[in-house]
Design a binder for this molecule. Structure first.
Ligand code: GDP
Length: 298
């Protein structure tokens, strides 16, 4: 992901090399190229506009620096602005003062929630926590089983409705999981919820009911970075319908243009907290805006 954006920006910066002080015309031409590169990468228009305005303003006001030539200065400005739209600082998971910490996952079906639950559980275990995975996705026939498989691979317990109890009530399962966690000393509860292929009022209500029942410390919106411009609409719908505290980007290993992933933090005002870049449980890490910016600018 971001290969084309990287190549385009690199070409733009190459054109600046060897130039002395940049004229306003140079800055405008560079800004135009960056704008096209971002739009082609699927970055949302309002984000692109604000980005370009900031780059232009800073490039015009840039002091003649001893340390950086004009091309390097532009790279630095673009880098800083990329870090800014990606949320600035790394936003860490907040743990509750009184365990268990409750983390709820929300997102469309196929976004990678269940896989992410396993990744997060493994990561938490490696940090010395005792996570419990909760199967509150009772919509998809195989979801409970899939979470159990993922839990086994991550070496963590899964709280799920008893087999044979019919469809079950996801809100009751989620509520029950907290009592179970307290009794068994699990200190982080990760609740996997159901998603649909599209935005769906009933599912959104269900997620909101689960949220009200378990009062999560963190609601994480899981977003497939491959879905392009739809990401923005989806994120807004989840922000309105359930609300969330942070974003997890999945499938960053894909070859889509990925600009929507670059827009979502800025448009929702919520930081990207984790990133997934593969199907294996280890393909997961805390999201660092500055590392992502460096990867794009390479
Ligand atoms: P859910 O419906 O939101 O629970 O999504 P799943 O966890 O079932 O994931 C849907 C599909 O995406 C599965 O085939 C996963 O293996 C795959 N997947 C999840 N995360 C990633 C990722 O970061 N990269 C890649 N390439 N595939 C992923």
């Amino acid at each position: 992901m971001f290969d084309t954006l990287h190549d385009r920006l690199a070409a733009t910066f190459r054109d600046l090399r060897g130039k002395g002080r940049l004229s306003d015309a140079d800055i405008d031409a560079t800004a135009r190229e960056i704008r096209v590169a971002l739009l082609e990468a699927d970055v949302a228009l309002p984000v692109v506009k604000a980005f370009i305005a900031a780059v232009k303003e800073r490039a015009r006001g840039a002091e003649v620096s001893q340390a950086l030539n004009p091309a390097q200065q532009v790279v630095k400005i673009v880098n800083d602005e990329l870090v800014r739209i990606l949320g600035g600082e790394t936003r860490r998971l907040r743990f509750a003062k009184n365990p268990p910490t409750v983390v709820m996952l929300a997102g469309l079906q196929g976004a990678g929630k269940t896989t992410l639950a396993g990744k997060l559980a493994l990561w938490l275990r490696e940090q010395g926590h005792q996570p419990l995975l909760v199967a509150a996705d009772l919509q998809r026939p195989n979801a409970v089983n899939q979470l159990q498989v993922v839990g086994e691979r991550a070496g963590v317990s899964v709280y799920a409705p008893e087999p044979g109890n019919g469809v079950g009530d996801p809100v009751a399962v989620a509520r029950g999981s907290l009592e179970h966690a307290r009794a068994k000393q699990y200190d982080v509860v990760v609740v996997d919820t159901a998603g649909r292929l599209g935005i769906d009022a009933d599912l959104m209500q269900q997620a909101a009911d689960i949220r009200d029942a378990v009062q999560p410390d963190e609601v994480l919106f899981v977003l497939d970075a491959m879905i392009g411009q739809d990401a923005v609409v989806t994120a807004q719908a989840f922000l309105d319908g359930v609300g969330f505290d942070g974003v997890v980007l999945t499938k960053l290993d894909g070859d889509a243009r990925g600009g929507a992933a670059l827009s979502v933090a800025q448009l929702t005002g919520r930081s990207v907290m984790f990133a997934s870049n593969g199907e294996k449980l280890q393909d997961f890490d805390v999201f660092h805006p500055e590392r992502m910016a460096s990867r794009i600018l390479g």
